[in-house]
Design a protein around this ligand. Structure first.
Ligand code: NAD
Length: 480
């Protein structure tokens, strides 16, 4: 049985209490990770704070060299890391391998910004004066992570923080901490200066809360649910600490009458089953034009029916289990509620009769209307509700009728409708005629309750920078 240690100031540290980590496809205990305390949070933040001033003074290209070395270590250990993720999170091994390789590529991509991010020189109204706008690190970043893409999210926080001169304290989810501890071992081998990277595990309401509310943390970069995002804002508010929040989603997919139906079915079905239906940016509700409802629905039912599920490490399957029993109960209660409110369960809708893991049947729900709970609450499971519409405006209005505003998609061959959708769908991201999957050079940012700020690309990098203006007056007549 694996037992991990905290990583603070370049040292591996044991704690008295531990947290049990469960494999969701077997319900067996697979490891114990430390249950950190307030003292551990203080030590980690102090270490990060102490290390930050010399880290900041390194040329960005030297910080980037460390990031690239970590990326290289990730590639050398890709199989071990992918198995670790699949075992504790339940995603299929092929997707875990994609997550690991994408993480290494993301680190390299962010390292490339070392020679590219820039300040400005602004025209002054006075003679003999320069106005400089410096882009400087914020200081200590806290990265608080969810369980659904646990490994990639380390890089999404750490790589832009490091290249811009911030140090970091990472707190993984208690459901999926093992991959982060394996990551810490790789960071240790790279010889990063002590205190630049710190890893603490523990309960969200204790360790996460103390971290978000710590006076020496300069930015809290959080990915997770809306209720936790709200609590993090409250804790950070005590010190007026900057927050960057990537929260939940309820992505609408609109399928117009002229859509390539096979493409739409394939993309939406993949979106619904990837990572066992647990992705913030994936289609959670479909709006289909009335004229193609029958064809679309029967093709979708066929596609969902053919989706296989089981132990992602032992079988060739499309899906693994959900993360835990609570997640299964949540999905089942939303499905039951939809039934109660008049929807039809066209496929699935049940917890399979098997004892080994937290599985849920691929499910399609029809006769769904906009007022039902399943259209407004995040499902986070392999369940697809289908609503019909008659006009483009009606579809756009229903898509926008959500407290979430992360991603959205539309399938149409009509350029006019596609362009109108770009402007009229009020979400941070819109995919046209393709699956929901963001690029590392884009900008992943939710509107409304889906978050504040964003990640990836130039704008994601700038989350970790603050500006400083310097007015420099000089004397033109001075000779010596
Ligand atoms: P969660 O909010 O339950 O937990 C996320 C993290 O917050 C965990 O590490 C947890 O320990 C910690 N936490 C809990 N309470 C805390 C508190 N009071 N103070 C500080 N930290 C606390 O989320 P989850 O269940 O792990 O993840 C699923 C959610 O994440 C979904 O809503 C999903 O949509 C969202 N998500 C969003 C994105 C995005 O990019 N927008 C990406 C992935 C996941």
């Amino acid at each position: 049985m694996k037992k991990y240690k905290l990583y603070i100031n370049g040292e591996f540290i044991s704690t008295n209490e531990n947290i049990e980590v469960i494999n969701p496809s077997s319900k067996q205990t697979i490891s114990y990770v430390p249950k950190g305390s307030e003292t551990d949070v203080n030590n980690a933040v102090e270490a990060a704070n102490k290390a930050q001033s010399s880290w900041e003074k390194l040329p960005a290209i030297q910080r980037a060299e460390y990031i690239k070395k970590i990326a290289q270590k990730i590639r050398e250990n890709a199989n071990m890391l992918a198995k670790t993720i699949s075992q504790e999170q339940g995603k299929v091994l092929s997707l875990a391998t994609i997550e690991v390789n994408f993480t290494a590529d993301y680190m390299d991509y962010m390292a490339e910004w070392a020679r590219r991010y820039e300040g400005e020189i602004i025209q002054s109204d006075r003679p003999n004066e320069n106005i400089f706008l410096f882009k400087l690190p914020i200081g200590v970043a806290a990265g608080i992570l969810p369980w659904n893409f646990p490994f990639f999210l380390i890089a999404r926080k750490l790589a832009p923080a490091f290249v811009t001169g911030n140090t970091i304290v990472i707190k993984p989810s208690s459901d999926t901490p093992n991959n982060a501890f394996e990551f810490a071992k790789l960071v240790d081998e790279v010889g990063l200066p002590k205190g630049v990277f710190n890893l603490i595990s523990g309960s969200g309401s204790e360790v996460g809360d103390k971290l978000a509310g710590h006076e020496k943390v300069g930015i809290v970069s959080f990915t997770g649910s809306v209720p936790t995002g709200v609590k993090i804002m409250e804790s950070a508010a005590k010190n007026v600490t900057k927050v960057s929040l990537e929260l939940g989603g309820k992505a609408p997919a609109i399928v117009m009458a002229d859509a390539d139906i096979d493409l739409a079915v394939e993309a939406i079905k993949n979106s619904r089953v990837i990572n066992n239906g647990q992705v913030c940016n994936c289609a959670e509700r479909v709006y289909v034009h009335k004229s193609i409802e029958k064809e679309f629905t029967s093709k979708m039912i066929k596609a969902m029916k053919s989706t296989t599920y089981g132990n992602p490490l032992e079988e060739e399957v499309d899906m693994g289990p959900l993360i835990n029993q609570e997640a299964v109960n949540h999905v089942q209660s939303l499905v039951n509620k939809a039934k109660e409110q008049g929807a039809t369960i066209a496929l699935g809708g049940k917890i399979p009769k098997r004892e080994d893991g937290f599985y849920y049947e691929p499910t399609v729900i029809t006769d769904v209307t906009q007022d039902m709970n399943i259209i407004h609450e995040e499902i986070f499971g392999p369940v697809l509700p289908i609503v019909t519409f008659e006009t483009f405006d009606e579809a756009i209005n229903m898509a926008n009728d959500s407290e979430f505003g992360l991603t959205s998609s539309i399938y149409t061959q009509n350029i006019d409708l596609a362009m109108r959708a770009c402007k009229e769908i009020k979400f941070g991201e819109t995919y046209i005629n393709r699956e929901n999957f963001e690029a590392m050079q884009g900008f992943h940012a939710g509107w409304r309750k889906s978050g504040i700020g964003g990640a990836d690309g130039k704008h994601g990098l700038e989350e970790f920078l603050q500006t400083k203006v310097v007015y420099l007056q000089y004397n033109m007549n001075k000779q010596q």
